[in-house]
Design a protein. Sequence first.
Length: 249
Amino acid sequence: MKGVQLRAAEEVAAACDDDTLLVWAAQGMRGGVRAWALGEAVAVASPALNRRDRLTVRGDAAQVAAVVGLALPELGPSYRLLGDRELIVELGERLPGTGPARPFEWMDTGPNAARDAGGAGPGRVGWLEGADEEVGVLLAGASPSSWAVPGLPGVRRWAGLRAADGELVATAADAWSCPQVGFVAGVATAAAHRGRGCARRVCRFAFAALAAEHGRVALMVDTDNRAAIGVYERLGMRGRPVAAATVGQ
């Protein structure tokens, strides 16, 4: 069976039944992104997406393994598989040289659902201007392993919550968004202000703003970060177990 190359974001959406993960991976088919379909399988190769070269996949495992086999010779060795957890585990058994599946959670609102996330409420919450240094200091103390940091390619802007004295106490990034999906990363709250709903407030603002611009919102979160997952669920996000894995050439 011969794979079909997909050349437009609309073709990717149609092939994957408008799956938000695959639509996000396509990034509006910006420069460097490539996509293929084979039967019910879809694979999207996205360079430098959320700090990794990603090969995001969906579909029947046998067909996905076949389309990955077609795509890999055209890609470099840096690409990592990303997809539903069960699929990535099964691909590990089908594709020689595939590394162990690293589990985490994909969360999204689905098309148009995030418009009901609500406003920011009272307080000093909004998009920050000229605050990269402040954001960097906050992340260094509150979330030193954050995947989004100021100045990184793909990180567009930062939402922030300030205390009454002007201190930046919580933040979240609009990062690696595409025309059809707003993506949130770099959520962090200063240690002294945790437990006060700060992350909820800044995320509510960011989700509503990105939903208005893109129609839907997504993010990734570690599986064991139950507190964050609870916040996102209360703001309308739905969870999906996914995994990433290196893949042999």
